[in-house]
Design a protein around this ligand. Sequence first.
Ligand code: THU
Length: 127
Amino acid sequence: MDKKELMEIAKKASVNAYAPFSNFKLGAALETESGKVFTGVNVENSSYGLTNCAERTAIFKAVSEGERKFKRLVIYVDSDKLFPPCGACRQVISEFSNDLPIIIFSNKDVVETNINELLPMSFQLDT
Ligand code: THU
């Protein structure tokens, strides 16, 4: 899928973010090798620590639908600042790929990176 199209999907998804506490609305779009796209948003909770990030929402949706091979992840935040994925999300991404291309964008900036750059020497069990 075209990069711009996937970015538009992530941005559109962000309107569904449930973020009454932080007001940070994030949207993710995860393209699978089979050509599907799974979106995700951050889902906050009154018990703050239970919040689920947009990236993990998208990954969990995909994995629960039988998809484990990913082509690209796009993350959008409705802000002028860029917000790269948190450590927990990096670890979850690295479970499924050690070279996944990742695009992070805001209303002002865009950065292209990959999971190996964001989380080198990640913890993996030899299975
Ligand atoms: N958040 C994400 O959705 N992804 C990240 O990688 C970092 C943080 C969300 C969680 C919370 O709803 C808000 O951003 C502020 O932490």
